[in-house]
Structures are given as C-alpha cells and as structure tokens.
Design a protein around this ligand. Structure first.
Ligand code: NAD
Length: 279
C-alpha cells in the first residue's frame, strides 16, 4: 500500500517510520526541505536504536528508510491509497490541507488526521468525502506507544472505521474506537488531571516533585502529571484545555491561572528549558 504522510515533524516522521517498517511505501510531505531532512534523520536515529537492541538488522533498517520518499507538495500524495495528516495543530491549516487532499487523492481514498484536539467532523466537512475522513491519533513516540485512538466524525462510515481499526492492528498497534467530542478520550481525561496538578502547585498543596511522586508511587503512573506536562509542552496543554473549555462549555475545564502565567512567561517545559522542572 502507498501511504502519504503530511508533516515530517515529531509525529509525522514517527508515523512514516511505523508504516515503512510494516512494508508500506510512504511519501512524506512537508513544506520545507529542512523539515524533511530533519524528519528522515529522526527516523534513522530511531531505527538505529532498534538495530542496537537487536530488533532489526542494519540492512532491514536501511530498507525502511529507503521506503520513505520525501516530497514538498501535497500533490505528491496523489498516488496514495491512504493519507494521514500530521501537520502543525492549527485549524485553518488542517482545513486547507484537507481541501487539497480531497482534490488530489482518488475519491475512494481514506483521509485520516492525527490531530489532538481539532474536530474531525469540521475537518471532514471541508471535503466531498466526509464518510472517508477519520481521526487516527497516534501517541508520542509513535514507534513505541501502543495506542491508536480512532476517532469517528459525525459522518464517518462504519466501513472507514473498520478499515482503519484493522490497519492499526496490522501495524502492531492497539486501536480504540471513540467518537468526535472535544479532546476525544485521551485529552478529555488527561488534561483535567494535569490542570488539577497545576492548581495544587498554585494553591501550595504540595511542591511539583511531591505531586508527581504521589501519582507515580501511589497510582502507578510511569510519569507524574507535571513532568508529563513539561514533556508535552505547557503551551500545548493550555491550548487543549481551551478547546475543552470552549467546546464543552463547562468551567471544570478552566485552565489554571498558573498555567497561563507560565506560558505567558515563556516557561513551556522541556522545549524552553524551564517548566515545572529545569532542563
Ligand atoms: P511538529 O511541529 O513537530 O510538526 C509539524 C510539521 O508540519 C512541521 O514539520 C511543519 O513544517 C509541517 N507543516 C506545516 N504546514 C504544512 C503544510 N502545509 N504541509 C505539510 N507540512 C506542513 O508537530 P507534531 O508534534 O508532529 O504534531 C503534528 C500533529 O500531531 C498535530 O496535529 C498534533 O496535535 C498531533 N499530535 C501531536 C502529539 C505530540 O506529542 N507531539 C501527539 C499526538 C498528536
């Protein structure tokens, strides 16, 4: 099968790697040649770790990389049997990318999006094939994480859902079917927990290290919520909480003022070197 992955960033290159490892030919599209080179290097680095652990021979790893063809135009997705969009999380950008994909891809081709928070139903409405549009929400890092949240929009057909569920299983992942409501299941459950942990810091209930220790040792979470927020990026957490707050209209999703203040200060977590912890 020929797969087009739109976006070569953190998620896009991971998705490309997983499909290429399963033997599919992948066209990886990004706007800049530099982003494509960076994405391909990330795949090489990730595969090198698999080779080192004995999971793959060097020759097989080289073949995986060779199956990923970089491209700079969405039109290069025209031959694809499936397209997965993993570009920057911006509604206007996704809407126009889906209009383009709808124009270039054959009418029977499924168009999937890896969005974390944008409505699948709204994205689908930009195309002439809403029954073939679906969320395929991989987790970071894609080659390692088992879950794929498969999100049905209002118009997504049973056949599309079944095809994507089966495909995710063939990739070695565990798909879970959910419906299109703000935050889906993953962020609907995760973000209020992170937000509550930030309230605990703001109100002086405990220090970040203590809060994370409670959740790690007391609840068997592999990582505390504040360390996880730093990893995800505090700006991303704030944006998703705003989607939940706006989309569901319930004040229980109100982003904690401390989270807003940290984002305003540029303390975004790992990517800026400072969040609840220093890096
Ligand atoms: P990223 O910033 O690492 O990568 C996005 C890429 O999209 C960039 O390389 C950018 O150049 C490219 N891009 C922008 N406009 C484009 C266009 N018109 N055509 C082609 N490429 C374009 O972002 P990411 O973290 O990989 O996130 C991608 C998507 O995956 C988002 O929708 C995000 O919500 C979702 N997601 C992210 C995570 C995560 O942990 N990072 C987890 C699950 C889902």
């Amino acid at each position: 099968m020929q797969v087009a992955v739109i976006g070569a960033g953190t998620m896009g290159n991971g998705i490309a790697q997983v499909f290429a490892t399963s033997g599919h030919d992948v066209t990886m599209v990004d706007v800049s040649a530099a982003a494509l080179e960076k994405g391909l290097n990330a795949v090489r680095g990730s595969l090198a770790r698999v080779v080192k652990k004995g999971g793959l021979t060097q020759e097989a790893a080289d073949q995986v990389v060779a199956r990923i063809r970089p491209a700079t135009a969405v039109a290069d997705a025209a031959a694809a049997d499936l397209a997965i969009e993993a570009a920057t999380e911006h509604p206007g950008l996704k809407f126009s990318l889906f209009e383009e994909l709808d124009r270039h891809c054959r009418p029977e081709v499924i168009l999937a999006t890896n969005t974390s928070s944008i409505s699948i139903t709204e994205i689908a409405a930009r195309t002439r094939r809403p029954e073939l549009v679906i969320g395929m929400h991989f987790m970071n890092p894609v080659p390692v994480m088992q879950l794929v949240e498969v999100i049905r929009g209002q118009a997504t057909s049973d056949a599309t859902t079944q095809a994507v569920m089966e495909l995710a299983t063939r990739l070695g992942k565990t798909p879970v079917e959910v419906n299109d409501y703000p935050g889906f299941v993953s962020n609907r459950v995760l973000m209020p927990m992170i937000n509550e942990a930030v309230y605990c810091v703001m109100e002086g209930v405990a220090r970040p290290e203590a809060i994370d220790t409670v959740m790690k040792l007391g609840m068997a979470h592999p990582m505390g919520p504040l360390a996880l927020a730093d990893l995800i990026g505090l700006d991303t957490c704030l944006a998703i909480l705003e989607v939940l707050h706006r989309g569901l209209g319930d004040d229980k999703y109100r982003p904690c003022p401390l989270l807003r203040r940290m984002v305003a200060a540029g303390h975004l977590g790992r990517k800026s070197g400072k969040g609840f912890y220093s890096y």
